[in-house]
Design a protein. Sequence first.
Length: 281
Amino acid sequence: MSGSARLRRLGAELRRLREAANLTQAQLARTLGRSQVSLVHWEHGRTRIGKSDLHMLLMELGASEDVRAELEKLRLDGRKKNWWSVFKLPEWLRPLVSFEADAAKIEAFEPILVPGLLQTESYSRVVHIAGPHATPPDKVDDRVKLRIERQRRLEGEDPLRFHAVIAEAALRLEVGGSAVMSEQLWHLVKLASAPNIRIQVLPSSVGAHSALSGNFAVLHFTDPKLDPPLGYADDSVGGHIIDDQADVEVLMSMFGELSRIALSEPESVDFIATVMREYAS
């Protein structure tokens, strides 16, 4: 379990204990001498809780010694460095990489670019170079290496299940020239044969649709009761995790609609191959 996942699990337990004690966040915050905002961030796993704050909080909630020991372990484990720590990621990217490492399935919609987990190294490099405001020039190599490392989740004995709906515009946006695009589209064709990867193309002919506002992803975890799904969206200068379950439900509904109106998987592979041949001609 990654650091962010441990903090989220800790936060869920703190929320459960508070609700069992029939206390509001405001009431508990006043008792602890902390702001309600701090309680909100702790319960959502957005910020780390200190040892003394956790001790006072659990004492106030009447947690047993076993529970206190278990949650203190979660707190300590949440401080451990993960494999991606060497890349010195920006603050906005860390939660995505962390939760992605624990996800069992990801559903992603991309209107402009090929999804990061499906990008070739050449395509990824051009994308990072093209956005110096998000990726400083001296960080391009590290970000490309990180993306390639993240893709390892798609392999192995228990691979991540990945379902992507990619807009036709992403296939026709000539990132890096025809050679880079030909390689990238052939890569998609090959990946589509993997049992854990589903790729669908949303043709331009469908017209206006529910996700015109931009890209998004929904991350699903092995036990949705302990770890409910999370959403993620990004823009030109960063991204953010969406943990409000009403908003996540909207994203899930949107993805279901996009998948329904997109080409089937076999049709999508044929479509990608057709565009690839256009680049090669």
